[in-house]
Write a protein of this length. Structure first.
Length: 338
């Protein structure tokens, strides 16, 4: 479990891991980044209470670096990746181990079931769980069991990780997708099992959400630079939306100053049709989504915020590369980074 500034979530996340009922011996290794919110002290107290919890330092703060440090420190042959911002369902590990054996997979993942504690967080969770929000990946929806492109978090065979070279520490976001690409290229199987579920707690504010999606989109653009057509076409939808919005804004200005007369002006109006359709779909989903009025209003704002932030990041990553882009959504201004 890579950990950075997770004081409000860490204890529950750890509790759901340690309560997993499996026949095999279990340990939990926390890869601790340079937190500034009391997370490290909390982790030390948790480790002092339960000898199954072990701590390793991750001064680089990067997720793939922390994962590799934890995996190298691990004693056992199966690696269960967990997140400090999530909670495992009871029986998750037992079911995952059974699926690994049953289908002969190298990596097994399940459903990311987003949830929230506030109106904003619940709206984000609805967007995560909706096809219009993050759509595409099996772990965001109700896909059937079977081979998968990637796996959310993942329950992995250690020997396979060692065979393919562990996580790529040069990739700060999307490292799981890239790892699973190498796993599949090496002839191993990545598997989706909808019986596996993990509760995920989204970012708590609009600003943090936008930061997260800009960073994620930037690294997806970098992955497209590196791996080209091996990326799914669905990744190009948000940047297409950004380009459409930008072009429509220019056309609107030209219309306003009378620079598009006659047939050209009429033709230019057709650019607005896809945006109107997109807005109508978002509003329909928000109105029919259930929940409080405040949650519905937030949902109508959250969905385009996610898409546009991700799309802007993607364009930047595709044109300039991700370089040293960091997801700052869990950092405060005093968090030291290398």
């Amino acid at each position: 479990m890579p950990v950075l500034n997770e004081r409000d979530y860490l204890e529950n996340a750890v509790a759901t891991v340690l309560s997993q009922e499996v026949a095999e011996p279990l340990e939990l290794i926390l890869a601790l980044g340079p937190s500034r919110d009391g997370t490290t002290a909390l982790a030390e107290r948790i480790a002092a209470r339960d000898p199954r919890v072990r701590l390793v330092a991750n001064p680089a703060a990067d997720i793939p670096v922390g994962l590799n440090l934890a995996i190298r420190a691990a004693q056992y042959e199966t690696i269960v990746r967990v997140d400090a911002h999530s909670e495992l369902d009871p029986g998750y590990t037992r079911q995952a181990l059974a699926t690994l054996r049953r289908v002969g997979a190298a990596n097994v993942g399940g459903v990311m079931r987003a949830d929230g504690r506030t109106a904003f967080q619940r709206a984000v969770a609805r967007a995560y769980n909706s096809r219009i929000g993050l759509g595409g990946g099996a772990y965001h929806g109700g896909a059937e069991e079977g081979p998968a492109e990637s796996a959310y978090l993942g329950v992995m065979r250690r020997r396979v990780l060692e065979d393919v070279g562990m996580f790529d520490e040069s990739i700060r976001r999307g490292e799981d997708w890239e790892l699973n690409l190498r796993i599949r290229a090496a002839g191993y199987r990545v598997w989706f099992d909808p019986k596996l579920a993990v509760t995920y707690w989204p970012r708590e504010s609009w600003v943090r959400l936008v930061r997260q999606f800009i960073a994620t989109g930037t690294w997806r653009g970098e992955l497209v630079r590196r791996f080209g057509r091996r990326n799914s076409l669905r990744f190009f939808a948000p940047p297409a939306l950004v380009i459409l919005v930008a072009v429509a804004a220019v056309v609107a200005v030209l219309h306003a100053v009378g620079a598009l007369p006659g047939a050209a002006g009429i033709l230019a109006w057709t650019l607005y049709a896809p945006l109107v359709a997109y807005a109508a779909i978002v509003l329909f989903v928000a109105v029919t989504s259930g929940g409080s009025l405040r949650e519905r209003i937030w949902l109508a704002a959250v969905v385009p915020s996610m898409h546009l932030a991700w799309g802007l990041g993607f364009i930047g990553g595709l044109t300039r590369g991700a370089k040293h882009t960091v997801d700052t959504s869990r950092l405060d201004r005093n968090t030291p980074l290398p």
